[in-house]
Ligand binder design. Structure first.
Ligand SMILES: *Cc1c(COP(=O)(O)O)cnc(C)c1O
Length: 394
């Protein structure tokens, strides 16, 4: 099909939730590159929104997936699943978690995390159910995660929202303290806010939240759907910050392109889920779990975390140079590893974003910030190509 035919078909049959998308459809990919149906080559500096950590068509990942495809795809959680148990082990070994659970998406993992925090207090007969999250956060599109998402545009159409959720300003410990009541069950944050434009929390803020949660018996939840699996240069952002939550979630990069979400939790809180309290049909099925195992295997074999640390430093140095050279065009640079925000002057942001796209560079625009979440396998040469394109369009 030509691009025009694809667009016409989409407009006729697909619900219009994504509006006018960028005018491109991709046929194949290799490494950091994607190839469009009309024969153009793109550098994927968004990585499918932080999903394609291994890039596209990683040979080992594809081989691992094929091997599992030919064995069995799905059996159900009525039976034991070797891949699921092994992936749970991997997730716990590489994080602060004692126990894991698998869902299919980020929002669903977050739903499970919120349920776990609530049931933990319910089982003790305590009337604690409120969840405090942050303004400008993003936790997903289900009803509970929309209630946790601190952005009015996502909440307004779905009111009345699930009760018990409120939001406060990020990095403001006094506001957080003021919002806590004896009904507060959980504080839920993204250690680095992704969707709203890459806003890292202060290290002291995160440490202080941990202290407050310990003092007031509140469950600390990190939504690591975007920051998990190597994005920051550590497996998880809680390692990057050196502060352990009681529960964290992950999803985007966990399957390297295959949908899977995960919850990691400390034993004391994980134990609140008894048989029947939570469940899923698809979560952690043999194929999805094989994808997760494959990602962990390749991370270790290819020293992906070292690459993230090295390349992100190189990338930020280069971006600083561009910022200094193009006086005033770049307002701010923010990052944690290879989650990078380039905040531009308000009147040029959309234009620069579109020009990058036309130059063959995929990024995303969050307000005035260009967000990059490239595959974690990128090289210095890839960075150089991006920098060249950015200088050109600036
Ligand atoms: C993407 C994202 C989600 C939602 O994940 P889905 O798989 O789209 O449900 C939740 N939290 C954060 C921090 C995200 O970046």
């Amino acid at each position: 099909m030509t691009l025009d035919e694809i667009i016409a078909l989409d407009k006729k049959y697909y619900m219009n939730t994504f509006g006018d998308r960028l005018p491109v459809a991709f046929e194949s990919g290799k490494g950091i590159k994607l190839f469009s149906t009309d024969g153009k080559e793109y550098y994927d500096f968004l990585g499918g929104i932080a999903v394609n950590a291994l890039g596209h068509s990683h040979p080992k990942h594809i081989a691992n997936l094929k091997r599992q495809l030919e064995k069995v795809l799905h059996t159900s959680n009525l039976y034991y699943i070797e891949n699921q148990a092994r992936l749970a082990e991997k997730l716990c070994e590489h994080s602060c978690a004692d126990k894991a659970f698998f869902a299919s998406t980020g929002a669903e993992a977050n739903e499970g995390a919120i349920k776990l925090a609530k049931i933990y207090f319910y089982k003790q007969g305590k009337d604690k159910f409120e969840v405090i999250s942050l303004n400008k956060s993003f936790h997903g599109r289900t009803l509970a995660t929309v209630a946790a998402t601190g952005q009015k545009k996502y909440q307004m159409p779905y009111r009345p929202l699930i009760p018990g959720f409120k939001q406060v300003e990020p990095n403001n410990i006094e506001e957080m303290k003021a919002a806590i009541t004896d009904k507060t069950a959980a504080i839920m944050i993204e250690p680095i806010q992704g969707e709203s434009g890459v806003y890292p929390m202060d290290k002291e803020y995160i440490a202080e939240l941990r202290k407050i949660c310990d003092e007031k018996e509140i469950i600390l939840i990190f939504d690591e759907v975007q920051t998990g699996m190597g994005r920051t240069g550590e497996y998880f952002a809680h390692q990057y910050y050196g502060t352990e939550p009681d529960i964290f979630t992950c999803a985007k990069a966990l399957g390297g392109g295959i949908p899977i979400g995960g919850i990691g939790a400390k034993d004391f809180v994980a134990a609140a889920f008894a048989p029947g309290d939570h469940g899923t049909t698809f979560g952690g099925n043999p194929f999805a779990a094989a994808a997760g195992l494959s990602v962990f295997e390749i991370f270790e074999e290819e020293n992906i975390l070292d690459n993230v640390k090295q390349i992100s430093m190189y990338f930020m140095d280069k971006l600083e140079d561009v910022k200094n050279k193009h006086n005033g065009s770049i307002v701010d640079l923010r990052n944690a590893g290879l989650l990078i925000g380039i905040e531009l002057k308000e009147n040029i942001a959309r234009d620069i974003f579109m020009k990058l796209f036309n130059e063959g560079f995929l990024t995303s625009l969050c307000g005035n910030t260009i967000r990059l979440a490239p595959p974690l396998i990128i090289t210095k040469q890839d960075v150089d190509e991006f920098i060249k394109a950015l200088e050109k369009v600036l």
